[in-house]
Design a protein around this ligand. Structure first.
Ligand code: FRU
Length: 505
């Protein structure tokens, strides 16, 4: 256990040393969680403990590239102001020597338990030469974690059509007196699936069943499953790797989505409907949810994508989290809204416009910036195409385009001229309601999140424009109306100090 303490101390010190320099980079998010320095991927251990939200994340605290995985850690009282804490988990034992992979958190007897995947490489081939087991670490204070002596708590995979090596990302929850967890897996012939386990004490687990598995175009592996009860249904969220593109959908390297159904807790089978995406943009992966003391289901995802270009790596950091989003079920589908607390980020007087006719192109006084929220309702009127460009810089030819095509019925996010590195377009099928389109757009220094028609669809993307690219322009091919527009500047809310850091140096 001393080994673990030392590994945590060393990792925290590594971050501490460079964080100030990293924070001078102009792409650093102001109100999205990112590590103080270096690489992050999946959100982990998202939980509400002792009146605070805790969010951990996959973290490599020694470079801006993926490497032996640690768990970084932030906490918040209100889901908007986040405080950095010392690294929570570091590889230190035989069973996790090459990484503490993704997992979740749960409170038991006043203590916070992290359930994660211990990962080891057994050879050179990263697809076949690996072993993964499920482990626990526990904390009395929500900051310092000790790995359990009886790890791994779930060892070898059960018999059956279950791949013995790719078995990871436990998401744990409690129902009545029993604990359950779902674990990501694949069949032996490479079809994604999710395993369900049960425990009476969190320490000893029995395999119940394969809760769900892919049929047809559902990918070769399901990562980061999450199963929860929402508005009368059981929802399984998962991140399938390797789904083939289908028309305008599934164009990212990997997808994240959900199915809705009913879990039979006796048989361990989930009876469910069809797969749907949780986000239609470029950068959204491995979402994880928690439930808070108000009974709200809150989701955060990694705002990046495997194998994407990440221009911020040059500045010793990589990756950020999405805004926290509240989930609801409406007409058999999940809708995602920014948490209401996000409104507390608004720090300027509101800029308001009403009934502005757009005829060609239009710029509005006071509507510009690189860290802001826009709430805009368009009326399509006499147009077949309308929208807005953000992060515009005419001289540099930079712009990120959000465009609605009336006939096609698609909202398009175009980052071909967005700035450094990235390109491509993504489309979300969207219907106008009484010729109207409502967009709530969050722009941070290197990201955009577009919540469409009250969260029916969301499009999320990283962007790497120049610092001077702050323009916003509205456009249409005929005439369209901005029925109502509100704009707010947003404040910086991600802490920079490693506080409460008994392990910090
Ligand atoms: C998902 C994932 C998980 C794994 C982790 C490793 O992005 O591949 O399956 O636990 O990242 O960092």
């Amino acid at each position: 256990m001393i080994r673990h303490e030392e590994a945590v101390k060393k990792a925290t010190a590594s971050i501490h040393q460079i964080k100030e320099e990293v924070d001078t980079n102009h792409w650093r998010p102001q109100y999205h969680v990112a590590a103080p320095a270096y690489w992050i991927n999946d959100p982990n251990g998202f939980s509400f403990y002792n009146g605070e939200y805790h969010l951990f994340y996959q973290h490599h605290p020694y470079s801006a590239l993926w490497g032996p995985m640690h768990w970084g850690h932030v906490k918040s009282k209100d889901l908007t102001t986040w405080e950095h804490l010392p690294v929570a988990l570091a590889p230190s034992e035989e069973y996790d020597k090459d990484g503490c992979f993704s997992g979740s958190a749960i409170e038991k007897d006043g203590k916070l338990y992290l359930m994660y995947t211990g990962h080891i490489w057994t050879g050179e081939n990263h697809d076949t030469d690996l072993e993964q087991v499920q482990c626990l670490a526990v904390s009395d204070d929500g900051v310092n974690f000790k790995k359990l002596a009886n790890n791994p708590v779930i060892g070898a995979a059960p018999d059956g059509d279950i791949h013995p090596n790719h078995i990871r990302d436990p998401k744990v929850w409690k129902r009545g007196d029993e604990y359950y967890c779902v674990i990501g897996n694949r069949t032996k012939d490479e079809s994604g699936q999710v395993l369900l386990y049960r425990s009476s004490n969190l320490l000893e687990w029995e395999f119940v069943n394969v809760a769900a598995k892919g049929e047809g175009n559902f990918g070769f592996m399901w990562e980061c499953p999450d199963l929860f009860y929402l508005d009368g249904c059981d929802v399984l969220v998962m991140s399938p790797q390797g789904m083939e593109p289908a028309n305008d959908l599934y164009l990212n390297l990997h997808q994240s989505g959900y199915v809705i159904g009913q879990l039979d807790y006796e048989t361990g089978k989930l009876d469910h409907g069809s797969f749907k995406l949780l986000d239609y943009g470029f950068d959204f992966y491995a979402p994880q949810t928690t439930i808070d003391n108000q009974g709200r289901r809150v989701m955060i995802a990694w705002m990046a994508m495997w194998e994407s270009e990440m221009p911020e790596q040059e500045f010793n950091w990589a990756g950020a989290m999405t805004l926290p989003r509240q989930l609801f079920i409406q007409d058999g589908k999940i809708i995602c809204k920014p948490m209401p607390e996000v409104e507390s980020l608004r720090n300027e007087k509101t800029v308001v416009f009403e009934n502005v006719l757009i005829d060609g192109e239009k710029i509005l006084d006071g509507v510009s910036g690189d860290c802001l929220e826009l709430d805009v309702t368009f009326n399509a009127k006499e147009s077949s195409m309308f929208g807005l460009k953000v992060r515009v810089n005419k001289e540099q030819g930079e712009e990120t385009v959000v465009q609605y095509d009336v006939e096609e019925g698609f909202l398009t996010l175009d980052r071909n001229k967005t700035g450094k590195g990235l390109d491509g377009i993504r489309k979300a099928p969207v219907e106008l309601k009484n010729h109207e389109l409502h967009l709530r757009i969050f722009i941070d220094k290197s990201s955009i999140e577009v919540f469409i028609n009250g969260g029916e669809k969301v499009m999320t993307s990283r962007l790497y424009p120049g610092q001077a690219s702050t323009g916003i322009e509205f456009f249409t091919d005929g005439t369209a109306l901005i029925k109502k527009l509100k704009k707010w500047g947003l404040r910086k809310s991600i802490g920079e100090e490693l506080v409460h850091s008994s392990a910090a140096v």
